[in-house]
Design a protein around this ligand. Sequence first.
Ligand SMILES: [Zn+2]
Length: 122
Amino acid sequence: MIDKEDILKVFDNLNKKYFQNLLYRPIFDWETFSTDEIYASFDSFGRRIIFNRTCGKLNNEVILIEVLLHEMVHINLYEKYNDKKDHTDEFWQELKILYDKEFHGNGEKLIEMQKKLCRNWA
Ligand SMILES: [Zn+2]
């Protein structure tokens, strides 16, 4: 199981790299979700990113980065609009830009996968 220190390190790194350190640090929590297909979820009210305790895939750093960037775009858009708008076109556009940079132009591919598994990316 990844721990908070590891997540914080990756989060801070991504925040610096892509958000000029402007994103607030959310609280990182673990809960047991109804299915291990769900990796994480952003709780705007509690300013938390909740990871699925049963999702072992989060131990992989590449997947952790993918998941964190997804949730960080939620934080960013939520801060902009003060309203939780889920997977809008703007959301996917912003995420694609980050994925293209982080994953060497593979943004489109990753986004397509996530859209298919949309319920897994809350
Ligand atoms: Zn989402």
